[in-house]
Design a binder for this molecule. Structure first.
Ligand SMILES: CC(C)=CCC/C(C)=C/CC/C(C)=C/CC/C(C)=C/CC/C(C)=C/CC/C(C)=C/CC/C(C)=C/COP(=O)(O)OP(=O)(O)O
Ligand SMILES: O=P(O)(O)OC[C@@H](O)CO
Ligand SMILES: [Mg+2]
Length: 229
C-alpha cells in the first residue's frame, strides 16, 4: 500500500475546515489527479474529517489523511501521512505529538499504512510555520542539509518542501531534488496555474495543490492537465 505514493505526480490537498460544494468536489475527484490528501494545520476535527472522507469515498481515487491533530484521526483512509517538522527547535512537532499518538493508539496503529514525511516549512506567513515555530530563514545549503538528514540519516520515504500560501523558490526545490537519494520529493505551496504546476513538477517528484481549489476551480483543474496531460 505504501508504494502507492511512488507513482503520484499530482495531488490535491483538501482542508476539512473549508467548505466545498458537491460539484466542486466531483470536479476535483474526477480531474485525473493521482490522489486526495485530507489535512490542514488548524480547525481540523474528527467530525469535519469524517464528513469530507465520506464524500470523497464516492469516487475511486486514493484518499489519504495527513495527520495534524490526534483528535482528528479517522479510520478508513488508504494511508496516513505523518509530518515531522525538520526545521523547528520545538520537539513537539518532531517527536512530541508522535510519542503521544503511539502511547494513545498503541496496538491499534496500522503501521503498514503509516508514511512519514520530513517537512521543511519555508513560508513564514503560513499558519503551519507559526504553529510549529519553523525557522524559515534558511539558505539553499541549509535546506539541502535538512533534506539530506531526512533522506540519508532518517531514510524517510518523503521529503516535503512546504511553502503553503506562496509559490516557492524553484532553485531551492531543484537543489534539494539533486541532493536526494531515495526520498520522494513533494512540493506544495502557492501553485495557482498551469505554468507554476509545470515548473514545480519539473523540479519535484510530486506536487501538492491546495488553496486554489477554493479560490479558482478552473485554474486548479488546469494544474492537473499541466502535469498529467
Ligand atoms: C486508528 C488509526 C487509524 C490510527 C492512526 C493514528 C496514527 C497516525 C498513529 C501514528 C502515531 C503518530 C506518529 C502520530 C502523530 C500524530 C501527530 C498529531 C503528529 C504531529 C504532526 C504535525 C507536525 C503537525 C503540525 C501541522 C502540520 C504539519 C500539518 C500538516 C498539514 C499542513 C502543512 C497544512 C498546511 O496548512 P494550511 O492550513 O494549508 O496552512 P495555511 O492556512 O497557511 O494555508
Ligand atoms: O494551499 P497551497 O498554497 O496550494 O499549498 C499546498 C500545500 O502544500 C499545503 O500544505
Ligand atoms: Mg491551506
Amino acid at each position: 500500500m505504501k508504494d502507492l505514493i511512488q507513482s503520484w505526480r499530482h495531488v490535491f490537498k483538501l482542508d476539512p475546515d473549508k467548505e466545498i460544494g458537491d460539484d466542486t468536489l466531483e470536479a476535483v475527484c474526477m480531474s485525473g489527479t493521482d490522489a486526495i490528501m485530507v489535512g490542514g494545520s488548524t480547525g481540523v476535527t474528527y467530525e469535519n474529517t469524517v464528513d469530507l472522507l465520506s464524500r470523497i469515498r464516492r469516487y475511486e481515487l486514493p484518499c489519504v489523511q495527513e495527520v495534524s491533530d490526534l483528535e482528528a484521526v479517522v479510520p478508513g483512509f488508504d494511508l496516513y501521512m505523518v509530518p515531522m517538522i525538520l526545521n523547528t527547535g520545538d520537539t513537539t512537532w518532531i517527536m512530541g505529538r508522535h510519542r503521544e499518538g503511539i502511547e494513545r493508539y498503541g496496538y491499534m496503529i496500522p503501521w503498514e499504512l503509516i508514511v512519514t514525511e520530513g517537512y521543511i516549512v519555508l513560508n513564514g506567513e503560513a499558519a503551519v510555520a507559526k504553529l510549529t515555530g519553523a525557522d524559515v530563514s534558511l539558505e539553499a545549503g541549509a535546506v539541502s542539509a535538512y533534506a539530506q538528514i531526512a533522506d540519508k540519516l532518517m531514510r524517510l520515504p518523503i521529503l516535503y518542501l512546504e511553502y503553503s500560501g506562496t509559490f516557492g523558490d524553484m532553485d531551492i526545490v531543484r537543489t534539494v531534488g539533486r541532493s536526494l537519494e531515495q526520498a520522494r520529493l513533494f512540493y506544495g505551496g502557492g501553485i495557482t496555474n498551469a505554468e507554476q504546476a509545470a515548473e514545480a513538477a519539473a523540479a519535484a517528484d510530486t506536487i501538492v495543490v491546495g488553496n486554489i481549489v477554493y479560490d479558482n476551480l478552473e485554474q486548479a483543474l488546469d494544474t492537473v492537465k499541466a502535469v498529467k496531460g
